[in-house]
Design a protein around this ligand. Structure first.
Ligand code: ADP
Length: 673
């Protein structure tokens, strides 16, 4: 509490209050209530046993009337009960005690109206006259008890965010302070008016305690809340409060002292106090008004910096050639740049504040409207991932009659681990789509044009050999065979190239269906490469577990993958070698070929005991046109496209490929679906 009163800046944080302060304030309120109740009890005891020090606090001062002592006990207990006000029984108890306090005080107050109910003379009646004048409860005490009783009852009542109890506590506190200061300045309480009859000194202190207790019981309300808050307002309030509470009292005390000592007369003392008070208040006013002024100017400056930055942002955004739309986490537009205005034909003013889903539709390749769930924005919001559409598979939006292809990138804005919105970028890709189409057309055109002559050459050579085989000398036959082989290789290259292009450019869509892996593998081993294997006297072994694997893949691509891997195994294995093809299912967590599986998977393994791949080249063999040095040295024909194609196909279908190889010992490829 002291820390916050000193206005330490370092306690500033995001919270308005320090929870520990609130906690201690409430505890203090309870303690103040209990102390006051105890004081009341002690005074009653002192009436019984005539202990004058407790009755008057300072000998010669007025005693505390027994009724007032009873009221203090009730009031103190009411405050202690309010501390536990979150329990209904204690809340009701506090209301009951406070009501008693009010009733007793009101009965006594009636004598101001001339109705004299002498309840303050009921207790210790014979001892009240031991004092001159006889002990009575003064009106100020009655008023304070009514006020405090009401404060306890209205503790949680607020009007226009102002706490009633706080106002009441300030009233009773002020009266008590007035009495305390009168004692301090040595008043003899010589007033003909009954209102100014004195309150016992310890009674005045008890009222200050009770008022503070009321303020502390609800620290989160009204003035108390500002006083303990970590904001600039709290800091200023604390400082001003300290100065204005303490300084005028000290000044009055000192100047009163001067008057008593005979240095000045009392009229001069008033003048000095007034002037000094004026000076203090003027100083405070000018100091804080200058501060406010400075803050205002700073704010103005900051405002200018912000608006400059904003206009820069606006200029940047509007000069971006792509449509930029920012949305909140529900897809409501909060920013809409100039290009977006042009693309969608909607003005920023109209778009901002509306849902993207209602502003425009997005279509797929076939011209169907995407449902909200399918839209990139919604996917990005629900997955928290960046969603990008490609030139190969564009989305479309309609501009008038026309559907225009658009590349969309939606990036979620993640703040404090939650998605707070998205940034959507739209790029008109009409040109790219046109170029892409032209490219695809060129590829299919070239494929037909190149494939026909190449097939024709193969066919013609076959015919030629059939006819003239016997008439050729060995050299001629060898040359013709070379021509045939080279042409065959060119034809393979064209086929590989076309297959790659088809997938790369999305000409043939990848469609996954259940494939019977075992029969495809068996077909490749037993039929397609049968002759080749026999020529090289290569043995094959099959370990294909049936019934454990259901593989979903594009049948054509699957066939090409198996073809390529088995043909490589045969190609890169010398005569009398052996190849092994396995198919099995593995549990998550098992390590297969140096790879730990993260989920259950079916894996096809194609192993050979051939030349192997040199270690330093292993990371390159999936690269387009890459061929290992040992393959080139041995003049084994090939294009370097097979593995690149295999990897691309597998990944298109969501699978994975890896291998282990040792030069001179063999290679084992693993394909996971
Ligand atoms: P190609 O076989 O037409 O050269 P690939 O892309 O199929 O092209 O293979 C790339 C390279 O990887 C081959 O040139 C060869 O060096 C190496 N390679 C592929 N499979 C094997 C294998 N089973 N054993 C040894 N090396 C291989």
């Amino acid at each position: 509490l002291i820390k916050s009163m000193k206005g330490e800046k370092n306690i500033r944080n995001n919270q308005d209050y320090q929870p520990t302060i609130v906690f201690w304030m409430k505890i203090s309120a309870f303690i103040f209530g209990a102390l006051v109740a105890l004081l009341g009890v002690l005074v009653l005891v002192s009436w019984e046993y005539n202990i004058i020090e407790l009755q008057t606090f300072v000998p010669g001062f007025v005693p505390m009337n027994p009724l007032a002592a009873i009221e203090f006990v009730l009031c103190g207990l009411a405050i202690c009960a309010s501390y536990f006000g979150y329990l209904a029984v204690f809340r009701k108890l506090s209301y009951l005690l406070a009501s008693l306090v009010i009733i007793l005080a009101v009965l006594k107050l009636l004598n101001i109206l001339g109705i004299n109910i002498p309840i303050d003379q009921l207790f210790f009646a014979n001892k009240l006259g031991n004092f001159t004048p006889p002990s009575r409860m003064p009106p100020i005490a009655s008023i304070n008890f009514v006020v405090l009783g009401l404060a306890v009852i209205l503790l949680d009542f607020k009007y226009r965010r102002q706490s009633f109890a706080e106002g009441l506590a300030l009233i009773s506190g002020s009266f008590a302070l007035f009495m305390l200061l009168s004692y301090l300045f040595g008043s003899t309480f010589q007033s003909p008016h009954i209102f100014f009859s004195p309150l016992a000194l310890h009674g005045s202190i008890a009222f200050v305690f009770l008022s503070i207790a009321i303020l502390f019981l609800r620290p989160r309300a009204g003035l108390t809340a500002i006083l303990i808050s970590n904001t600039g307002g709290g800091l200023v309030a604390r400082r001003l409060m300290m100065i204005t509470l303490v300084l005028p009292i000290i000044l009055a005390f000192l100047s009163n002292g001067l008057a008593y000592a005979g240095h000045i007369d009392f009229e001069m003392s008033f003048a000095i106090v007034s002037v000094l008070n004026i000076i203090i208040f003027e100083f405070l006013i000018s100091h804080y008004s200058l501060t406010v002024d400075r803050m205002e100017k700073e704010q103005e400056k900051n405002q200018q910096v912000i608006s400059k930055a904003k206009s820069l942002d606006d200029a940047l955004l509007s000069s971006i050639g792509d449509g930029v739309v920012a949305t909140d986490q529900k897809g409501i537009v909060i920013l809409f740049n100039g290009e977006a205005e042009r693309m969608f034909g909607i003005k920023a003013k109209e778009a901002i504040g509306k849902s993207v889903f209602s502003l425009w539709q997005i279509y797929n390749k076939d011209g169907n409207i995407l449902s909200k769930k399918e839209r990139p924005l919604q996917i990005s919001l629900s997955k928290g991932k960046t969603i990008t559409s490609s030139v190969v598979n564009p989305f479309y939006y309609s501009s008038g009659e026309k559907k225009i292809p658009v590349a969309i990138t939606v990036t979620p804005v993640i703040y404090n681990n939650t998605i707070s919105g998205t940034i959507d970028i739209f790029r008109d890709i009409s040109k790219d789509v046109e170029i892409d189409q032209a490219k695809s057309e060129f590829i299919s055109f070239a494929s037909h044009q190149l494939r026909t002559p190449s097939t024709a050459i193969s066919w013609l050579i076959e015919m030629f050999l059939e006819k003239y085989q016997d008439k050729l000398d060995p050299q001629q036959a060898a040359d013709i065979n070379t021509i045939y082989r080279e042409n065959q290789q060119m034809s393979d290259l064209i086929t590989d190239f076309l297959n790659i292009s088809k997938i790369e450019y999305g000409i043939s869509a990848v469609q996954s269906t259940p494939v019977s892996a075992i029969s495809i593998i068996e077909g490749v081993l037993n039929e397609k490469f049968k002759t080749q294997m026999e020529e090289k006297k290569i043995l094959s072994e099959k370990k294909l577990k049936s019934g454990v694997c259901a593989i979903n893949a594009d049948p054509n691509l699957f066939q090409m993958i198996v073809d390529n891997l088995i043909s490589n195994a045969i190609k890169y294995t010398p005569e009398n070698g052996k190849i092994t093809v396995e198919l099995d299912r593995f549990k998550a967590g098992t390590t297969v070929g140096n790879k730990k599986l993260s989920e259950d998977a079916c894996i096809i393994m194609i192993a050979d005991n051939g030349y192997g791949i040199p270690r330093d080249e292993q990371d390159k063999i999936f690269t387009r046109f890459y061929r290992a040095a040992n393959a080139k040295d041995k003049k084994i024909p090939g294009t370097g496209l097979g593995l690149y194609m295999v990897k691309m196909f597998i990944e298109k279908m969501g699978g994975e490929i890896w291998f282990e190889s040792e030069e001179g010992k063999g290679t084992k490829f693993f394909v996971k679906f």
